[in-house]
Design a protein around this ligand. Structure first.
Ligand code: THU
Length: 129
């Protein structure tokens, strides 16, 4: 399936990144079961530790708007080696998206699609509780 529109949405969201400390701007876009796109960008904080990544913002925005059944997630950053989600985001993505397709992309047309289970094997989740 074509991923261009999802990458475009994440690229546009990246423009809103609040990253005055790291200058590292990230955009994310999540496609839900209805085909709606929910986006996020990283939002940093002067205390650093309160920074929230683009992926978590996109997922939390989507959840808070009632969206469910996520099919694909695009993550865009300006790096030659495609930027993968951090550990915290992998856990959150697993919780709400399961073994979803993850599309990593940069600003120069490079992209790669893989499954979250590949990036995050043997995850802890509610099935253990
Ligand atoms: N960041 C993301 O938003 N997503 C990632 O996948 C990697 C890291 C942000 C967090 C912080 O604002 C900046 O990038 C540098 O770590």
């Amino acid at each position: 399936m074509n991923t261009d529109f999802l990458i475009d949405a994440a690229t546009r969201a990246r423009e809103h990144a609040h990253a005055p400390f790291s200058k590292f701007r990230v955009g994310a876009a999540v496609e839900d079961a209805a085909g709606q796109i929910h986006t996020g960008c990283n939002v940093e904080n002067a205390t650093y530790g309160l920074t929230v990544c683009a992926e978590r913002i996109a997922v939390f925005k989507a959840i808070s708007e009632g969206a469910r059944g996520f099919r694909r997630v695009a993550i865009v950053a300006d790096t030659d080696t495609l930027t993968p989600p951090c550990g915290a985001c992998r856990q959150i993505l697993w919780e709400f998206c399961g073994d979803v397709e993850i599309v990593l992309a940069n600003l120069r047309g490079k992209s790669e699609t893989l499954r979250l289970g590949t990036l995050f094997p043997r995850a802890f989740d509610a099935s253990f509780l």
